[in-house]
Design a protein around this ligand. Structure first.
Ligand code: HEC
Length: 107
């Protein structure tokens, strides 16, 4: 009996660890879930229209600034209106994670 209880201890440890890892959103998951994928393509370099930018390999600081400016309206040019409409889906922390993710991709 005692042995079977001991066998559960590692399982409990995993269950307790799970929520903390789930709270750190992963860039690739955010990119899919926050609809970025729909316009910029699954690999961030096959946009649905040629007038939409490729993002893979972009500098993180630049990408972050553009997201913030598109969200705030400071950048309002070309087709930014298409993207502005979904930017309520991401907060500052998530934009930072997305920028790092985009920078990590091969152009
Ligand atoms: C509805 C389509 C659409 C969606 C969804 C979308 N974008 Fe965009 N995004 C655009 C367009 C169009 C531009 C270029 C605007 C312009 O013409 O200047 C852009 C520009 C950008 C830029 C700046 C690129 C540059 O070279 O200046 C970044 C970074 C970016 N998007 C990231 C994202 C991320 C991250 C998401 C998901 C949270 C996202 N976009 C969702 C359409 C979209």
């Amino acid at each position: 009996m005692r042995r079977s209880i001991c066998a559960w201890i590692p399982v409990l440890g995993l269950a307790l660890a799970a929520p903390s890892t789930a709270q750190t959103p992963d860039g690739a998951a955010l990119y899919r879930e926050r609809t970025c994928i729909a316009c910029h393509g699954p690999d961030a370099k096959t946009p649905i229209l040629p007038v939409y930018p490729k993002l893979a390999g972009q500098n993180a600081d630049y990408a972050l600034q553009q997201m913030q400016d598109i969200k705030s309206g400071a950048r309002s040019n070309g087709h930014t209106a298409a993207m502005k409409g979904i930017m309520y889906l991401v907060d500052d922390e998530e934009m930072k994670i997305l920028a790092e993710y985009l920078a990590s991709l091969t152009p």
